[in-house]
Each structure stands twice: as structure tokens, then as C-alpha cells.
Design a protein around this ligand. Structure first.
Ligand code: PEP
Ligand code: MG
Length: 598
């Protein structure tokens, strides 16, 4: 067989390095699997005369599969965003019925004895090239349609599945794509996906957060990577330093083998702390809890050594569902978590749909989703949906130490409105003699600058704050969490962010409220002493990051952390603050700063 296009892996030179943002630690090596908008690889083969009839049958079957895929997409899009937008798929369907194009493909199979995928590739490229060359905008767009259909047909012919379909993975691989949605990431099978690399994304995108939770090494923000590696090519990814190395040499593999061994030894040391408390050298106790997305995560919570759940992102129960789960289904999920946590706290956050977390059937285009219909706004606009969840949470509170948390509060009015719906639910449950914890604590996420600035008035109407440093950083600095072009501007140590955190803690202290941090800042060992020094009581982190945070907490002093916080608050730039943090962690636990541990 000979490659039909210039894009085969073998045509690329040997070891090549690519750098992006390290978002989930770990080292993995496997063949690449390109997904999404990647162009499928096509191999050309000469058919024996008796093979042409079966090859034509294969082509017809692939045409039928592609037609069904397009019709399904068209129906889905029509349901979600309207029939008008679904019309673009009409154009794609018409390409599939273009007699001239299909006849040419058939002739390439029967006369030139090309295998079907090579025939499709050759004819489609010629056809699209001719359309693009006309220079007319309309025809240029048709050229893109023809290419798109060609790629779909080739996928159907080679059994590669629909673009972005993770259910067809049968071999361990490193996934490479422009981007993955959080729901696609949540479906990744760890046994098949040894790591993934994307062009888009930042450290606190939900895709990155899920990768850390799943323990899948991941590197994001690697420019043009889908055009620089090929399916089947061996690559090594280093999720600690953000490297992708294509076709690594023996020397590179040896170095990474050593790094992996050091990492394993360090992990063993960390896991020996599982049942130890998170207490500083001078006896200051921090509540170290875990972030989860589903009841199934509870196993990881306990094996990480967490003391409960500091953030249950309940919206993940709602993603990938055409219907919101009813009260009973939600109650069962929340109760399972509360019971599994035993005497430990469980903080259930109410729905934070919107932004990059959208349920499949309910998406509708918004020009700026992160400033749009998200979280508490969605809930307050749909009181029945919200109250269903509130009742389920209240009922679960009869089975453990449940606390409730509202996301994305921007004003006192929102908190008061949410509290009044909660009060209605309490009354309904009392009326029906349904048990719940009368002392259930209610908390507010501080993740919008306005909330930090009015923390004193919010504190009068809640019992605790949980700082969502991911959004707080994004909204304070006007940096989109997902946009790789501005990822370098995303700085949780920016003086403005630190001042908002300090302000929140001071307001809470005046009212005797406690404060936690559940954003990714809490799981970043460099920033943990700073948060302790600023006065937070609780840190909630992804289970995979928790052992390192506990290790560090047990090596620092509260007195020194307070000094560090003072210097950080006096610093004028995020880099200055970061330097102070780095110096302190280097003196307290230098092994945490080395790639892969010790
Ligand atoms: C945050 O914004 O820091 C947070 C924890 O919420 P999420 O990441 O789910 O938006
Ligand atoms: Mg948030």
C-alpha cells in the first residue's frame, strides 16, 4: 500500500517537540488518535478485478451511513437552535446526491481500480479544488461542504466512526483534537485514553478540570497540533511540563522512564499520608476536602485522604440528558454522596449550567455564554427546576452532613431570592412530614468580583463562603478561561484577585463566617501557603491533587504563611507574588517543585 496523500505519519521526520499548557500531571506514551476536525488518513490500494463489486457495495453502505449521520445532526440542530441553522446540512445532503461526483467515484473504483476511500479522497479533492478556484464566495463554501462530506465518507469507509465519537476507541491512544467538550471528556475511558492534547483550552477549563479528576495526563493550548501529528504516530506526553514529543528517540524514552520511576516513588510517599490530618507544623488545622462531579467519584475521595466533599458540581448530573432528572433521581444521587461521606461534610452546589457546561438538548447560542444565562440566573428564571433540586438537597440532608452552595451570585437580590425559594421548599417538606436537616448551612460562591465587593452584606444571609477562584480570576481580569490566546493573562496571583480574596475573608471574619476555596487555586501547591496565610479555613481540590496539598500543608507554618500573605498583598504584580510563593514552597517542600516529585 502507498499513502494517497502527503499526510502520512511515515512522511514526517523523527523526534519533534511541541509545547502547551500542562493541565493534568502524568506521563503517557501511545499512538495518536486524531479526532474532531482532523482529516482522516487515506491509504491507496490497487483492487483486484474481483474486488471492485464488493468495493462498490462498501461505498453504497458508507453513503447510507453518512446520510443517516447528517439527518440525525440536522434533526438535533433543528431541535436545539432552530430549523434555519439546520439548513446547512441540506447542502451537505445534496452533495451526497450529486450524480456527477458519485459517478466519478464509481468510475475511479471500477476503471482505475482504486479502493473506495482513495477514490473518494481523490475525486473529492479534485471537485472541491475546482469549486474553490472559481473565486466566488458561494462556491468556495460549497467546496468546504464537499470536503466535509468527503471526510465523513472516508471515516464511514474506514470504520473510524463519527468525528469526535469516543465510543469507538478500541486501542489505547493519546487523543489529539482541536478541543473536547467537558461532556466528551467525562465519557473518556481511562483504559483507552492514556492522555490527550488539544489546541484550545486553559488551565481552568472544565475539560482540564475533568482530566485532572480522571487522572488522565493532558496538555492543552498546543498550537496547530492537529496538523503536526498524524493518527497512528507514537507520541509521548508529559502532563507535568506540557510537552508532546512525537516519535521519541531511545534517549528521550530513557529519561522519561527515570522520571516516571521517581514519580511512582513519590506517589507512594504521598499515599502514606492518607489517614493523617491536614495540619501545619505549628498545629493549624485546615479542612481538606475534595471536588466531585458524580456519586461515582466518592471512591476517589476516600482513597485520596479527603475529609469530605467541598464541592459537588451537581450540573454534571444534568449534562447529556434531554430531561432534567426528577426530584427522586436527584435525591438518590445526593443521598448516596451524603451517606458515603458519613460524618464528613458534603457541600452540594446547585446547578451551574451555562458557560462551557451545556446540556445537550438545551443549548442555544449566546454571543457571550460566560456573561450570559448561567448558574443561579438559570435557576431563578426557572423556579420549578430550582425548587426540585432544592427539595432533593434538603431531603438528602437528613442522611449526612449536607451543606448547600449557590454558584455565581452577583447581587444580594439573587441571594435573597434563592433563600426565599429555599424557605418555600422547607415549608413544603415540613407540610409533607419529609425529614431534612433544619440546621443545614447555606453558602455563597464568591466567584464574581461584585460578590467579593459586597461580601459584608452577603455574609448576613448565609453561613459560609466558598471562593471560586477559577471564575473569580476570569471575571476580575476579563480573561476567558477557555481561550488559549489569552491563557497567559490568566493569573490567580494578580493583585486585584488577591485583594478580592482578602476582602471576602475580612467580611466573613467580621460576621464569624468560615471561608473555603474550591477553585483550582486550592489544588496548586505553589498557592496553598498563600491561601492559608490569607486566612481560609477549608481547601477543596480535585482528589488527584489532594495528596500533594496535604503533604505541603504538613510542611508549612501558619506564622510563615501569614508573612507570605503580607508580602503577597504588598506585591504589585502577579509575577512578584508568584516569586514569593515559589520561594516559600521551595524552602518548605522543594520536592514539590521538581517535575515528577523528588
Ligand atoms: C470556580 O469558578 O472556581 C469553581 C469552582 O466553579 P467552576 O469551576 O465549576 O465554574
Ligand atoms: Mg465557577
Amino acid at each position: 500500500m502507498v499513502p494517497a496523500s502527503k499526510t502520512s505519519a511515515a512522511a514526517l521526520p523523527g523526534e519533534r517537540h511541541f509545547t502547551g499548557l500542562p493541565v493534568s500531571g502524568g506521563i503517557a506514551m501511545a499512538p495518536v488518535r486524531l479526532l474532531g476536525n482532523s482529516i482522516p488518513e487515506v491509504m491507496r490500494r490497487e483492487l483486484a478485478p474481483e474486488e471492485t463489486a464488493p468495493e462498490l457495495a462498501k461505498l453504497h453502505a458508507a453513503l447510507a451511513v453518512t446520510r443517516r449521520q447528517l439527518e440525525a445532526i440536522q434533526t438535533r440542530v433543528a431541535g436545539q437552535i432552530g430549523a434555519g441553522d439546520a439548513e446547512i446540512f441540506e447542502a451537505h445532503l445534496l452533495v451526497l446526491e450529486d450524480v456527477v461526483l458519485l459517478e466519478e467515484i464509481r468510475r475511479a473504483i471500477t476503471e482505475q481500480r482504486m479502493n473506495a476511500e482513495a477514490a473518494v479522497d481523490a475525486v473529492v479533492n479534485r471537485y472541491a479544488g475546482a469549486l474553490a478556484a472559481v473565486g466566488d464566495e458561494y462556491l468556495r463554501e460549497r467546496a468546504a461542504d464537499v470536503h466535509d462530506i468527503g471526510h465523513r465518507l472516508v471515516r464511514a469507509l474506514t470504520g473510524a466512526g463519527e468525528p469526535g465519537d469516543l465510543s469507538t476507541l478500541r486501542e489505547p491512544c493519546i487523543l489529539v483534537a482541536h478541543d473536547f467538550s467537558p461532556s466528551a471528556t467525562a465519557q473518556m475511558d481511562r483504559r483507552m485514553v492514556l492522555g490527550f492534547v488539544t489546541e484550545a483550552g486553559g488551565k481552568t477549563s472544565h475539560t482540564a478540570i475533568l482530566a485532572r479528576k480522571l487522572g488522565i495526563p493532558a496538555v492543552v493550548g498546543v498550537q496547530a497540533i492537529t496538523r503536526n501529528v498524524r493518527s497512528g504516530e507514537q507520541v509521548l506526553i508529559d502532563g507535568f511540563s506540557g510537552q508532546l514529543i512525537a516519535q521519541p528517540t531511545d534517549h528521550t524514552l530513557f529519561q522519561y522512564g527515570q522520571l516516571r520511576q521517581r514519580r511512582v516513588a513519590f506517589e507512594e510517599r504521598l499515599s502514606s499520608l492518607r489517614d493523617q490530618p491536614a495540619v501545619t507544623l505549628d498545629g493549624h488545622r485546615i479542612l481538606l476536602a475534595a471536588n466531585i462531579e458524580s456519586p461515582a467519584d466518592m471512591e476517589a475521595v476516600f482513597s485520596s485522604g479527603a475529609e469530605g466533599v467541598g464541592l459537588f458540581r451537581t450540573e454534571y448530573l444534568f449534562l447529556n440528558q434531554s430531561q432534567f432528572p426528577d426530584e427522586e433521581a436527584q435525591y438518590a444521587a445526593y443521598r448516596a454522596v451524603a451517606e458515603a461521606a458519613g460524618s464528613n461534610e458534603v457541600i452540594l452546589r446547585t446547578l451551574d449550567l451555562g458557560g462551557d457546561k451545556l446540556p445537550v438538548e438545551r443549548t442555544f447560542p449566546e454571543p457571550n455564554p460566560f456573561l450570559g444565562w448561567r448558574a443561579i440566573r438559570v435557576c431563578l428564571d426557572q423556579p420549578e427546576v430550582f425548587k426540585t433540586q432544592l427539595r432533593a438537597i434538603l431531603r438528602a440532608s437528613a442522611h449526612g452532613r449536607v451543606q448547600l452552595l449557590y454558584p455565581m451570585i452577583a447581587s444580594l437580590e439573587e441571594l435573597l431570592a434563592a433563600n426565599s425559594l429555599l424557605e418555600e421548599c422547607r415549608l413544603e417538606l415540613r407540610r409533607n412530614a419529609q425529614a431534612f436537616d433544619e440546621a443545614l448551612q447555606v453558602g455563597v460562591m464568591i466567584e464574581i468580583p461584585s460578590a467579593a465587593l459586597i461580601a459584608d452584606s452577603l455574609a448576613e444571609h448565609c453561613q459560609f463562603f466558598s471562593i471560586g477562584s477559577n471564575d473569580l480570576t476570569g471575571y476580575t481580569l476579563a480573561v476567558d478561561r477557555l481561550n488559549e490566546r489569552v491563557a497567559g493573562l490568566y493569573a490567580p496571583t494578580h493583585p486585584a484577585v488577591l485583594r478580592l480574596i482578602e476582602m471576602t475573608i475580612a467580611a466573613a471574619r467580621r460576621r464569624n463566617r468560615w471561608v473555603g476555596v474550591c477553585g483550582e487555586m486550592a489544588g496548586d501547591p505553589l498557592l496553598v501557603p498563600l491561601l492559608v496565610g490569607l486566612g481560609v479555613h477549608e481547601l477543596s481540590v480535585t482528589p488527584a491533587a489532594l495528596p500533594a496539598v496535604k503533604y505541603l500543608l504538613r510542611r508549612i507554618r501558619l506564622t510563615e504563611s501569614r508573612e507570605l500573605a503580607k508580602s503577597a498583598l504588598a506585591a504589585r504584580t502577579s509575577a512578584e507574588t508568584l516569586k514569593c510563593c515559589e520561594n516559600y514552597v521551595r524552602s518548605a517542600a522543594p520536592e514539590l517543585l521538581m517535575r515528577g516529585g523528588e
